[in-house]
Design a protein around this ligand. Structure first.
Ligand code: ZN
Length: 146
């Protein structure tokens, strides 16, 4: 669901940078993989990159670096597009920074209704006091799997 939102944002405002939106829209979930692989925490755990504070700082910074240095290589390998054209699109600009930031923020907003807890307002609000609306809707037996 994250990629279609990134694509939709790029269509809503054509000034936005699609590679930045795409990378920003999946970067928060790299922490899920890292937590699962290195800390055996479980596949459904979120941490700082799923908070607005983390998304607007670390998440955006990681997204910028990935968009500039990795995206052109991967896009040219996978989709056989001209690497120099992709590199040109992935240059560091204020629009790229904004697009990476928006990708991260919309990732978090899209995750918000789907999880039994949310770090969106971490460290200011207890993550377990924010329960996703869809979790409540589908928890007909009262078990929200905390
Ligand atoms: Zn996520």
């Amino acid at each position: 669901m994250h990629y279609p939102v990134a694509w939709g944002l790029s269509k809503l405002d054509k000034r936005l940078n699609l590679p930045g939106l795409i990378v920003g829209s999946f970067i928060p979930d790299i922490e899920v993989l890292i937590l699962f692989l290195f800390f055996n925490v479980g596949i459904d755990n979120h941490f700082i990159l799923h908070s607005l504070v983390g998304a607007l700082t670390i998440g955006t910074l990681i997204s910028i670096l990935v968009t500039i240095y990795l995206y052109p290589i991967l896009a040219s390998l996978i989709f056989r597009v001209d690497k120099s054209k992709v590199k040109e699109k992935c240059k560091l600009t204020p629009v790229l920074i904004l697009s990476c930031m928006l990708g991260n923020v919309f990732h978090i907003l899209l995750d918000l209704p789907m999880h039994p807890y949310s770090l969106v307002l971490w460290p200011f609000v207890d993550p377990y006091s924010i329960i996703g609306v869809l979790v409540l809707v589908f928890a007909v037996d009262g078990d929200i799997k905390l």
